[in-house]
Design a protein around this ligand. Sequence first.
Ligand code: ADP
Ligand code: MN
Ligand code: MN
Ligand code: MN
Ligand code: MN
Length: 359
Amino acid sequence: MRAKTGKRLSIRLGVAGRNPERTAVSYKAEYIWIDGTEPTALLRSKTKILADGAEPPVWGFDGSSTNQAEGHSSDRVLRPVFTCPDPIRGGDNVLVLAEVEEINGEPHVSNTRALLRPIAEQFADQESWFGIEQEYTFFKGSRPLGFPEGGFPAPQGPYYCGVGADAIFGREIVELHLDRCLAAGLAISGINAEVMPGQWEFQVGPAGPVEVSDHMWVARYLLYRTAEEFGVEATLDPKPARGDWNGAGAHTNFSTKAMREGYEAIIAACEALGEGDKPMEHISQYGSGVEARLTGAHETAPWNKYSYGVSNRGASVRIPWQVEVDKKGYIEDRRPNANMDPYVVTRLLVNTVCAALEK
Ligand code: ADP
Ligand code: MN
Ligand code: MN
Ligand code: MN
Ligand code: MN
């Protein structure tokens, strides 16, 4: 297949055997995928040069180097599922988010997107929307950005939504990341500085479960790549600094059509999330180290005690005050860790809440 394409290309260019990489009529596709690292997957990416006009094809990689295969049979497949402009390279270049498959076409066990698709489809008529607040922390070497060498900054207080060089660290990276997300066409909806120095947040959504998750993974990719240019690491570590410092979460705002139309469905959703084994089923898949973050302090509810409440940032699930006033809107699940997999969290929420609302 590849040889055939190459042949046709070289005939068209009139340069037999010439590598399309060296012609003007080509573009770069950066294939991005989620690897098999436990307990928290990493992003990987590599570049394919494509002839102008060619669609990004199915591709492959060495799964033995990404915790996705044993060495003796290591080919794994990249199936493009979401493509957008590449705001780093610009021009006609693209980012290509791919699902990982076995060579027989089955989803790889690390492919959580494949588990979300059928659930999203099953409950599509309830029109689920998600807005995810991604918190993260910049590190320079072994210290959060803004932490002085060998010491600690002044206690939390002035940093959240702060202004000025004494409170803010890394804004130039954050601004560039925001511009790149917009240029890529991602559904990014805002940014803010967080409670700990060097800690920030961006929000993606509202959008459907598959879309918001695809956009979140690409936004994370752009964050790592943008910080890389500044010699800074961006981490989703849920507890990046020990002591009296806030952790990093990924509050997940959620609504269905019924919730956007009436309060009864809002309460029914909160109740459904608290039923039976549901709290533990969710918590255990809300990101690695979630117990260490959900201590009951620092604007969290204890991980082993489900609660919901209006305006309550100490509850597992918050009903925003405006939602109570309007008697319709959305709920905020405050439990997911910053390092959560949005394909998993949106699947659990759709599955639990939409099944309950259907009754
Ligand atoms: P917070 O006050 O908790 O910091 P943010 O403003 O950071 O909240 O994030 C709220 C998120 O909720 C945004 O991403 C927004 O797009 C999303 N959102 C707003 N309305 C809805 C809705 N009806 N359903 C789902 N998400 C929503
Ligand atoms: Mn090679
Ligand atoms: Mn927020
Ligand atoms: Mn926040
Ligand atoms: Mn929030």
